[in-house]
Design a protein around this ligand. Structure first.
Ligand SMILES: Cc1cc2nc3c(=O)[nH]c(=O)nc-3n(C[C@H](O)[C@H](O)[C@H](O)COP(=O)(O)OP(=O)(O)OC[C@H]3O[C@@H](n4cnc5c(N)ncnc54)[C@H](O)[C@@H]3O)c2cc1C
Length: 330
């Protein structure tokens, strides 16, 4: 489908702000990535549902993004529509210890809210960038707990052909280490979280601050990255393996393995996505050769032709598949 026809159809359906041929470098924390056909920002769940229905009818590939903090987009970009949850900012305090928000609300805002009320559950996510929708899909977290500790349910617009808004209880998402079973094309529109009241005054604030400090001491700060590149293999840490292989500081153009945390690949300036991807593959290969361990990606890659199509990208039926971009989410 030609870009003008796509624009016309999107305009007519009233699905929110439309930005044509938008460069995705502006929407990823890594700061790399070529254009998509259109980036659309639905303002509410009704518009989101209309958008997904339309994209299904038009057979145009799409993917949802939140803060783009766990994504590496290719220099060629994504030949489809990017559904940004950025405008889904609803905020309802459903009780003194629970909250329902739009999926585009930042995780850090919710962590601050909970800490200010001495509500426990999300302090392990202090300092994790991105949105609460992205955190739910990734089951984001750290050594002090995951979002699964607080996530009660999500409201999801299901992918084509049966596009509906449904409520899904957290247990049905099968949240595991940095993964969920959200089907391809389903977009989380709202998230509901429940917390535990702490008796000891300021306990949550203290733990939140400790988590932040620990992060500042162990992770690179003020540099573009996508967080941890690889998942930790069972019983070990990807960063430890990469460091043990002597790969800290390894470079490919302006992409570099962080000296501070070896599992972080940095864009030290104007790195291309190709350089970052090449560095990732060189690191993976070296670790495999030297330790025998095959590392799996934690970062989702979008628009690299050789990736398998996994969870969050919706692809049109086979006849349109030639046109679509590709994405891998571990
Ligand atoms: C400096 C740094 C530190 C980090 N530290 C941590 C850490 O300690 N722990 C951790 O777990 N992660 C960490 N991350 C990774 C990342 O921040 C988290 O995974 C984050 O929760 C992703 O949220 P996002 O909104 O940016 O998602 P995105 O990067 O936009 O998307 C991630 C995936 O979720 C999908 N997605 C996003 N929103 C939706 C939605 N509403 N509906 C359906 N699918 C959606 C996307 O298609 C994609 O597959 C870090 C990243 C950085 C840059």
């Amino acid at each position: 489908m030609r870009i003008r026809a796509l624009d016309g159809a999107l305009q007519k359906a009233r699905v929110g702000e439309i930005r044509l041929e938008e460069r995705l470098a502006n929407y990823t924390y890594m700061g790399v990535g070529g254009p998509c056909r259109a980036l659309v920002r639905p303002p509410d769940l009704v518009s989101l549902e209309r958008l997904i229905k339309l994209l299904g009818e038009l057979e145009v590939a799409y993917v949802a993004i939140g803060g783009g903090t766990n994504l590496l987009v290719s220099d060629q970009g994504f030949d489809g529509v990017v559904v940004s949850t950025d405008a889904l900012q609803e905020w309802t305090e459903t009780s003194s210890s629970s909250l329902r928000t739009g999926s585009g609300v930042t995780t850090s805002r919710i962590v601050r809210w909970a800490a200010g009320r001495n509500l426990s559950g999300l302090e392990g996510l202090a300092g994790v960038p991105g949105t609460i929708g992205g955190a739910s899909v990734m089951n984001a977290g750290g050594t002090w707990g995951d979002i699964s500790d607080s996530l009660m349910r999500v409201e999801v617009v299901t992918g084509p052909p049966e596009v509906h808004t449904v409520t899904v209880e957290a247990e049905a998402l099968n949240l595991a280490y940095r993964s969920s079973s959200l089907p391809a094309g389903s977009v989380i529109g709202r998230v509901e979280l429940g917390f535990t009241s702490e008796e000891e005054p300021h306990a949550v604030e203290r733990r939140t601050t400790e988590t932040m400090e620990r992060r500042l001491n162990t992770q690179p700060k003020g540099v573009r990255s996508a967080g941890s590149t690889f998942k930790n293999p069972p019983g070990d840490a990807a960063g430890r393996l990469i460091e043990a292989c002597g790969l800290k500081g390894m470079r490919e153009g302006a992409a570099e393995v962080s000296e501070k945390h070896a599992n972080f690949m940095l864009n030290t300036g104007n790195a291309t996505a190709t350089e970052i991807r090449t560095l990732i593959e060189r690191v993976r290969e070296q670790v495999r050769i030297k330790t025998g361990v095959s590392l799996d990606l934690e970062v989702g890659t979008l628009g690299f032709g050789d990736d398998p199509v996994l969870r969050t990208v919706w692809m049109p039926p086979v006849k349109g598949r030639r046109e679509a971009g590709r994405m891998a989410v571990p």
